[in-house]
Design a protein around this ligand. Structure first.
Ligand SMILES: Cc1cc2nc3c(=O)[nH]c(=O)nc-3n(C[C@H](O)[C@H](O)[C@H](O)COP(=O)(O)OP(=O)(O)OC[C@H]3O[C@@H](n4cnc5c(N)ncnc54)[C@H](O)[C@@H]3O)c2cc1C
Ligand code: FES
Ligand code: FES
Length: 1331
């Protein structure tokens, strides 16, 4: 802390005054809330404004209008010092389980919108802030408000449905013109005419009563109205913050300190400080300078204060548009459109207009429109005031403008348009919303009065270089020419020449970006042509009118079965019971690992990782780090008292690299310090020197060429493939590549290791799916017995397979630090570190040769799979095995052969991820079937049906099963989705539409449940009944959002015949249930459910004599009596699962307990001019036996589907040519957001299905539906095929995944793509590797 005395900072948090005498300018609101005030409900998911987990509401009094503004904001980017005079509301401030829930909290929880719950407080606060401003929002308001809040578990549908209950409008299918409306009863009744059960009962919700909200603190109003405000200064350890009150003072300060940034929204400066380590000794905050917020309208346009937030600008423009004739508001409307897509609501609420202009992002959305619209800025500096045009000369380099360092932008002038002038904003981004654009553009054209001759045109692009660029030559070529195709065709050539990009251009996607400039210009051309026609300037026959993609999310159906009529009312099994922690999660009370309070003397650990992909370590110098304030120690391999490596499949993985590094991101050492900030600075100061080793291997092709594999490689075979190829009608060879996937669990890897202080005992609080593995790893590393290590897992904020192996290694490293320092040590990875270090789903290259008959029968396939395993073996071999075990999917192909290999490369080690190889393996299978259909010119569903298992069947590993329910799912899915009619409708649509195409696809799945490694199919439970009748259940499963604790509570409730309210599950602990298996393989409920059931049965039997003696007694009296009779009220249960196995030599076995079946139909609409698409509708039918909890199971289905949709169409990892991961946060890596939810998303649980192999006839469902997200991929492929046929192309074609807008656009092979000359191979290194 600085010795200098600054001002006292005053703000209100949840109605309470907080005064901070030593506010540090480096402190953001988020750590202040969490660490200082212990308000841990607000979560940290990314730290950079990209995930919404930290959303709070800010309220400020505005003296000029005497109103109070409430807005949502990301606490991770809000500097504490900026909040003097503000009132903050966090999730804890709006309601609690102890007092009263806020209706938003209640509705999100009861609508099943909270699974792991890590995103829930942020969702709640985004919705709360909306309701404070608009108690009866529209669906559009809701989707806008939630657009910046990511959820990795739910798939958003339940969150949206919970929030929808606040809408007053009739927002059902009827309101949206659907023929088969949910209100007319048809869809909501089952075959026997009874109403289908619902997931939640809206009628019981608390009403929203705006009068109950916290009032704005009167003291802050007085403060804001004070006539003589003073400059505020805050001094921190390394930074000083000055907040002047007048423009004059601001200009003086800037003149004196030209290098000091002006911080407004901090959305540009904040991420720079945080992620790039930029240090600003002085920060100037102009937030109290009222000239920067003034708005003045004149006859020619409007001057908008540079301090106005983008949301304020948006509302201002929306208010102005209806006040003026349409012809004057062209630019205003273009800006409104662009602002609707710029960042999230939280970002727009704080980011300022001046900040956006001055930041000069190369892909800024506003700047091209402002520039095309002839805007100008008014600046003031010591030298006086002046106006500067926002044009080509304004943007001089990356993040640089012509403004002088001491210039302050006071306002921006936005002119009115004139008659005959048209302005448009166009953009294309990796995700439809909350995503920086790939290419963004502002275009303006003015015609001579009443003619189509161009008088003036202005075209500006973002994303086409280091700055916003103007296409001056193109404009010149068009000026004076008629607005017609001939002019346009010439303009394309000039534009291509003018906006060239080298292959190595940062951001990659060079061909796409270049083609986009053309197709966006074409869009502009068509739109203006329409206008010329509407205004009777031209009479031409027009091409189709381009409409935006549909976007309104409609109510969906979730169909499941009633419990049997004779089931006891108290028995919860089969009912849609809310996740047992949903209320705690929605109130922010739920405790995650990093929410645990700090213990005395606790230290924080930050990893130091390799910056080279393959190199010898020649030196490690920690001396500078050790000198820094707060740094306590640097931990290296030499500090490990026990085993320095973990061994898997005979391959060793070092905890700390000692002599050699094998990937960027490998841990070399770790710094422990008194605070996270100090540990981070320490980690920066560690110096590692390297000597690069030759030829690192990154791609699958490299690995194949160099035979770099983890052994063993596997083969399966059925029939005689070689022979079969001789007698088939046709043979086709194809391939598909699948990119990897980042887990992006919302809670990053987190752990806290506490030395007990005696007898070498350690308590490990860790967010892991497998506490036993973490326990073992810590014990082996510290060379102590497992009985000294207790792992505690309360809950995980998502895991998806990513919190098993790597977590045990991180826990071991943290334990070494705790051992060495004898102090508690916490390690919580930042999002960027987590993404860099922990690996994800394996990228896969799948090649196939298929032989088939002209009637569609597939007779033989030969598959070759290559998975990029990264640098350590991890679970790569098991994953490559599971790929082969699912080689058949739903098809009975008589001759099949599959080879799979896990490639060893110099990338971070890839690991388990929901589906464990099946989503990769099956994509190749389905792509092969799709290719056969395309080669035959037949609909793919017919080829699927022809080859699907029928009657008693045997898999390729000689396992007998009945595919009846697979067929039923398929048929039901076709029926429910109205597949045939919709395919026809799509074909008709495609005939009439050149630039938008629809695609429909239906995909089946057969998914094997349980672990092929027999010993993992076991589970234990421990159940205690206390004297008051309450029951404590412990079992081996971990709660990571999948609802296992809720289901176990239901099991105990049924078996003990008591209400669920008497059953509690506190945590998963290795001291309660030893030697557990991972919560994985969709097997957690099957295994632990049986163990809990057995323990409860034992206890219930023990009470039997007492119950018989006192049949009229209550549970409590029986329990008390049992205690008096000295009957043990504690029992363990154990489940010994089936002896599953697979013999790779004989190629046979029973690797699975049973199959979960399903089918899914999706329809998309694709914009062929940008590659954007929207999923119009998805229908999933799943056979999950008798669901124990339909709301939890439907949640798993929707969540996994959405993760699959992300995998196959959106999520893209990019590595540099030297193996450095670029995509290290939500800004660069896009997981599905609210905008990606299918507009109708119906889920049906197959009725009348039973499963003798699992508890209560249920089936595992955690993983299977992830693959069904591929239905969206195949629907996109179908739409692309329609576009290709317009370009004269037919037959199979390659479309790799993820089918991003880039890939879809290029595959459409439109004339715009063909115009761009292909980059010469070898001309320069591409920006990113295709791993
Ligand atoms: C998660 C996220 C998503 C985003 N998405 C988009 C997007 O889709 N499209 C897009 O275009 N942008 C996007 N942005 C960028 C965002 O719009 C800009 O960061 C923002 O507009 C900058 O404004 P600010 O007030 O936060 O600037 P600050 O960070 O406060 O300041 C930025 C810079 O501007 C200077 N500055 C600020 N005000 C003035 C002034 N009055 N005079 C002179 N200099 C000044 C400062 O000195 C500083 O150098 C995103 C940002 C984030 C964090
Ligand atoms: S933590 Fe603030 S937006 Fe992600
Ligand atoms: S419930 Fe949304 S991230 Fe887990």
């Amino acid at each position: 802390m600085s010795g200098k005395q600054g001002d006292a900072l005053c703000l209100f948090i949840n109605g309470k005054k907080v005064t901070e005498d030593h506010a540090d300018p480096e402190t953001m609101l988020l750590p202040f809330l969490r660490d200082k005030l212990r308000l841990t409900g607000t979560k940290s998911g990314c730290g950079g404004g990209g995930c919404g987990a930290c959303t709070v509401m800010v309220s400020r009094y505005q003296p000029a209008t005497k109103t109070i503004a409430h807005y949502s904001a990301n606490a991770c980017l809000l500097p504490l010092c900026q909040l003097h005079g503000a009132a903050i509301t966090t999730v804890e401030g709006i309601g609690s389980s102890k007092t009263r829930l806020h209706p938003v909290q209640e509705r999100i929880a009861k609508a099943h919108g909270s699974q792991c719950g890590f995103c829930t407080p942020g969702m709640v606060m985004s919705m709360y802030a909306l309701l404070r401003n608009k108690p009866q929002p529209t669906m559009e308001d809701i989707t806008q408000a939630l657009a910046g809040n990511l959820c990795r578990c739910t798939g958003y549908r339940p969150i949206v449905d919970g929030c929808r209950t606040f809408c007053q409008e009739a927002n059902c299918c009827q309101a949206n013109g659907g023929a088969n409306c949910c209100l007319n009863g048809d869809e909501n009744t089952n075959e026997s005419g009874h109403e289908n059960p619902r997931l939640f009962d809206q009628e019981k919700f608390l009403p929203l009563d705006p009068t109950q909200e916290l009032i704005f603190p009167p003291e802050l109003i007085l403060m804001a109205e004070a006539s003589n405000p003073q400059t505020l200064t805050f001094h921190g350890e390394r930074m000083t913050w000055v907040s002047p009150t007048s423009l004059e003072e601001l200009v003086q300060l800037k003149a004196k300190h030209p290098k000091a940034p002006l911080v407004m929204g901090n959305t540009n400066i904040g991420p720079d400080i945080k992620f790039k380590g930029v240090l600003h000794p002085l920060i100037i905050s102009p937030i109290r300078v009222k000239e920067l917020f003034e708005v003045s309208q004149g006859p020619d346009g409007v001057w908008v204060g540079a301090g106005c937030s983008l949301s304020e600008l948006h509302s201002l423009l929306e208010k102005m548009v209806p006040q003026h004739p349409e012809e004057k508001t062209e630019l205003l409307r273009a800006l409104i459109q662009q602002l609707g897509y710029l960042g999230s609501q939280q970002i727009r609420n704080v980011a300022s207009l001046g900040g956006n202009v001055a930041s000069a992002y190369p892909n800024s959305d506003l700047n091209p429109v402002l520039a095309a619209g002839n805007c100008r800025v008014r600046v003031v500096s010591g030298g006086g005031r002046r106006e500067v045009p926002l044009n080509q000369e304004f943007f001089v380099g990356f993040g640089k403008t012509v403004l002088r360092p001491d210039d302050v932008v006071v306002s921006v002038f936005i002119p009115f348009s004139t008659k005959g002038e048209y302005v448009r904003a166009l953009r294309q981004a990796p995700r439809k919303e909350v995503s920086f654009a790939t290419v963004t553009a502002g275009m303006r054209v003015r015609f001579s009065e009443g003619s189509r001759t161009v008088q003036e045109v202005s075209l500006y692009f973002g994303g086409m270089g280091p700055t916003t660029v103007g296409a001056a030559k193109t404009c010149q070529a068009v000026t004076g020419r008629p607005w017609n195709e001939e002019t346009l065709n010439e303009a394309y050539d000039v534009l291509l020449g003018e906006l060239a990009l080298p292959l190595s251009a940062p951001g990659g996607k060079v061909e796409f970006r270049r083609s986009l400039t053309l197709s966006l210009l074409f869009k502009f051309y068509l739109d203006v042509l329409q206008k010329l026609r509407e205004t009777n300037v031209i009479k031409d026959e027009l091409p189709e009118k381009l409409q935006p993609l549909p976007r309104e999310i409609q109510p969906s159906l979730q169909e499941f079965q009633h419990v049997p009529k004779d089931q006891d009312d108290q028995d919860p099994v089969g009912r849609p019971m809310m996740h047992r922690s949903a209320v705690s999660q929605a109130t922010g009370e739920a405790v995650y690992c990093d929410d645990l309070p700090q213990t005395d003397g606790e230290l924080f650990l930050v990893l130091v990782t390799s910056s080279r992909a393959h190199a010898k370590i020649t030196g490690l110098d920690v001396s500078e780090a050790l000198k820094l304030p707060g740094v306590v120690d640097v931990i290296t391999a030499n500090d490990i008292p026990g085993k320095r490596t973990r061994v898997m499949f005979g391959y060793e993985q070092e905890l700390f690299a000692e002599d050699e590094v094998v990937c960027v991101g490998q841990t070399v050492c770790a710094v422990v310090a008194d605070t996270k900030a100090h540990a981070k600075r320490g980690a920066y100061a560690v110096k590692i020197t390297y000597e690069d080793l030759p030829d690192p291997i990154f791609t699958i092709e490299d690995a194949i060429e160099k035979s770099s594999y983890f052994e063993p490689r596997r083969v399966v075979a059925k029939g005689d493939v070689t022979e079969a190829f001789k007698s088939v009608d046709r043979v086709y060879e194809g391939q598909i590549r699948m990119g990897g996937q980042e887990h992006f669990y919302m809670e990053t890897q987190s752990m806290l290791v506490v030395p007990v202080g005696e007898e070498r005992e350690f308590k490990v609080y860790v967010s892991t799916q497998w506490p036993t593995l973490a326990q073992e790893a810590v014990a082996e590393t510290l060379d102590i017995q497992s009985n000294r290590v207790t792992c505690h897992v309360k809950r995980l904020g998502g895991a998806f397979g990513g919190k098993v192996i790597v977590t045990s290694i991180l826990a071991s490293i943290t334990a070494v630090a705790a051992w060495k320092t004898n102090r508690a040590v916490r390690c919580v990875l930042e999002r960027g570190e987590d993404m860099l270090i922990t690996g994800g789903r394996h990228p896969v290259l799948g090649k196939y040769k298929v032989g088939f008959m002209n009637d569609g029968r597939i007779m033989a396939v030969d598959y070759h799979y290559f998975a990029n395993g990264g640098c350590f073996v991890d679970e790569s071999i098991l994953i490559s095995e599971k790929i082969l075990l699912h080689l058949d999917n739903a098809y009975n192909i008589p001759n099949m052969r599959g080879h799979s290999a896990a490639c060893r490369t110099n990338l971070p080690s890839n690991t388990a991820f929901r589906g464990f190889g099946v989503p990769q393996g099956l994509l190749v299978v389905e792509n092969m079937v799709n290719d056969v259909a395309m080669a035959l010119g037949r609909p793919a569903d017919q080829v699927r049906e022809i080859n699907m298992y029928k009657g008693p069947s045997v898999t390729h590993y000689k396992f007998e099963f009945s595919p009846e329910n697979l067929r039923r799912c398929w048929e039901q899915c076709k029926l429910k989705s109205e597949y045939d009619a919709r395919r026809q409708a799509a074909a008709q649509f495609n005939q009439q539409s050149r630039w938008k195409k629809r695609g429909v696809a239906i995909i089946p799945i057969k998914y094997g449940i349980a672990f092929a490694e027999s010993f993992l199919n076991q589970a234990g439970a421990l159940v205690h009944i206390y004297k008051d009748g309450s029951v404590l259940v412990a079992h081996g499963g971990t709660e990571m959002g999948q609802g296992i604790h809720t289901k176990m509570q239901q099991v105990a409730s049924r078996e003990l015949h008591i209400p669920t309210s008497k059953v509690f599950i506190s945590e998963t602990s290795t001291s309660s249930v030893p030697n557990t298996c991972p919560s994985a393989a969709s097997f957690g409920t099957d295994a632990n459910g049986m163990a809990v059931k057995e323990a409860c049965e034992i206890l219930y039997r023990r009470l039997e004599p007492i119950r018989q003696k006192d049949p009229g007694g209550s549970w409590e009296t029986w329990v008390r009596e049992a205690h008096l009779q000295k009957i043990s009220l504690s029992a363990t249960g154990f489940f010994r699962g089936k002896d599953l196995y697979y013999d790779w030599d004989k190629m046979e076995g029973q690797p699975y307990a049973y199959f979960t079946f399903g089918a899914c139909c999706s329809e998309v609409e694709l914009d062929c001019l940008t590659g954007d698409y929207r999923t119009l509708r998805t229908d999933v039918v799943m056979d999950i036996g008798r669901s124990i909890n339909p709301s939890v199971d439907i949640g798993q289905i929707e969540g996994a589907f959405t993760q699959g949709l992300g995998l196959y169409t959106l999520e893209e990892l990019n590595y540099s040519p030297t193996g450095v991961l670029y995509s290290r946060g939500p800004s660069q890596y896009k997981i599905p957001a609210v905008c990606d939810v299918p507009l109708r998303f119906n889920v049906y649980l197959l009725p009348d299905s039973h499963n003798p192999h699992a508890i209560y006839s249920s089936k595992g469902i955690g993983e299977p539906t992830l693959f069904l997200g591929s239905s969206v991929f195949f629907a996109i492929k179908d739409a692309v095929a329609a576009a290709r046929s317009d370009s004269g192309l037919s037959g199979p074609f390659t479309l790799d995944t993820p089918a991003t807008p880039e890939r879809a656009f290029l595959a459409c092979a439109s004339p715009f793509v063909k115009k761009v000359p292909a980059s010469k191979p070898g001309s320069s290194k591409p920006w990113a590797l295709n791993i």
